[in-house]
Design a protein around this ligand. Structure first.
Ligand code: C2O
Ligand code: CU
Length: 431
């Protein structure tokens, strides 16, 4: 904290290298270190300043994914940071406790910058979360799990050449967790909270344990759910997060896996998008004695439904062929304006059978329906990114509050990063 009580972080984008595999090291990019970045953490009410210094040979930017903040601080393509420059956004954190993240968002080059290693978590804390008996000792029983697939060439360098048959960009055959290949975690408590982030460019994961034990979901992208929800399978598309609680017994070993995800395109398309792929994600090794953890509460926080009957507009977004509603992203075109404090309903339609999801900056939304049906319990909280299957339109509701700027837009886009870079993105302003 500085003399004025502001929470100050320094993030430096830099080149580095890391030995992921036996043999040659891989050339990487990272924040402060070689790969990924520090977990930033702030409390609701904190005034945050981040000094973003670009020591890369290319222009980049840093976007606070999931954060509610003024458009000029958002770190999208309009907040480009040139080599050797420093950009210092500041804002007051005012949203529920959540697992957010940050990553570059330079125009047309997001996929490359994230693939090289630029990403990190941004955790928000608040009083409501702190009052609950949840595991929260960072690195002990509250553990970040950033999942990324990578392809390596024969010299152990990242290979980001797009897949020949697929329109999703690169799919890797090696999984990294928090930047480690083939990881394990020593467990010392009966319950562990995992903060899962799908930090991949294109791959969808369906998390499940090797013995099918439940993952109890307590939070989605934007904060805690109203109540814990136990499930044996949890699917996350790129950019999505979930917090889950897992129970362990002394002395055991169990593996978190990714099973073939539900992609719901056609047979061929699903196959080239990883629909048949399985991975071991993370092995858990429980100690011979485990410290007790408090039992999970039956309820968590209030998630008041947005007043959908007050919605002023319903907008439709058709995703197809690197376009939204037939338009490619244009930095100089604002697609529409929304009114501050208004509730809107957005309907997102996946027109081609390809893999898409949808992310909106500045807000957390509520999923009203998927293919006309109520969302599953794990999607019933605050979300900023949602998978959009072919033939199953997704309806979401959101409210735009606090910050207006007629000139500086926020983005909405597919979080398959190759799609985003190829034009599947649009811009709106809040008026
Ligand atoms: Cu995670 Cu517009 O980004
Ligand atoms: Cu897409």
């Amino acid at each position: 904290r500085d003399a004025d009580g502001r929470l100050v972080f320094d993030l430096q984008l830099k080149e580095g290298s890391r030995r992921f595999l036996p043999g040659e090291s891989t050339r990487t990019w990272g924040f402060n270190g070689d790969y990924l970045g520090p977990t930033l953490r702030a409390r609701r009410g904190d005034h945050v300043v981040v000094n973003v210094r670009n020591s890369l040979p290319e222009t980049s930017s840093v976007h606070w994914h999931g954060m509610h903040l003024p458009a000029a601080m958002d770190g999208g393509p309009h907040q480009a940071v040139a080599p050797t420059d420093t950009w210092s956004p500041e804002w007051t954190v005012d949203q529920p406790a959540a697992t957010l993240w940050y990553h570059p968002h330079p125009h047309g080059a997001t996929a490359k910058h994230v693939y090289r290693g630029l990403a990190g978590l941004f955790l928000v804390d608040d009083d409501a979360e702190a009052a609950l008996p949840l595991p929260r000792e960072y690195g002990v029983d509250d553990v970040p799990v950033v999942v990324q697939d990578r392809a390596f060439d024969g010299g152990n360098q990242f290979d980001d050449a797009p897949h020949l048959m697929s329109s999703a960009g690169v799919l890797g055959d090696h999984l990294l967790v928090n930047g480690t290949y083939g990881p394990y975690l020593d467990v010392s408590t009966r319950r562990v909270r995992l903060r899962l982030l799908n930090g991949s460019n294109a791959r969808v994961y369906q998390f499940a344990f090797s013995d099918d034990r439940p993952l109890t979901v307590i939070a989605s992208d934007g904060g805690l759910l109203a109540a814990p929800h136990a499930t044996r399978r949890l699917q996350l598309s790129p950019g999505e997060r979930a917090e889950v609680i897992v129970e362990f017994t002394p002395g055991e070993t169990v593996v978190l896996r990714s099973e073939p995800p539900e992609l719901m395109g056609d047979f061929f398309t699903d196959r080239v998008h990883g629909g048949d792929d399985r991975f071991d994600v993370l092995e858990f090794r429980a100690a011979a004695e485990l410290a007790d953890s408090p039992p999970l509460p039956d309820t968590l926080v209030e998630v008041p439904p947005l007043p959908v009957d007050e919605a002023v507009t319903t907008r439709t977004f058709e995703l197809s062929g690197f376009r939204i509603n037939k338009s490619k992203m244009d930095m100089s075109r604002i697609d529409f304006g929304v009114r501050r404090d208004s509730v809107e309903i957005w309907e997102i339609v996946n027109v081609d059978a390809s893999l898409h999801n949808f992310h909106v900056h500045d807000v957390q939304f509520q999923v009203l329906s998927i293919g006309g049906e109520a969302p599953p319990a794990e999607l019933a909280g605050w979300k900023d990114t949602v998978q959009v299957w072919h033939g199953r339109p997704v309806r979401v509701a959101m409210r735009f509050s606090d910050f207006t700027d007629p000139d500086m837009p926020y983005m909405y886009h597919c979080h398959i990063l190759y799609h985003e870079d190829s034009g599947l993105m649009g811009q709106f302003v809040v008026l």
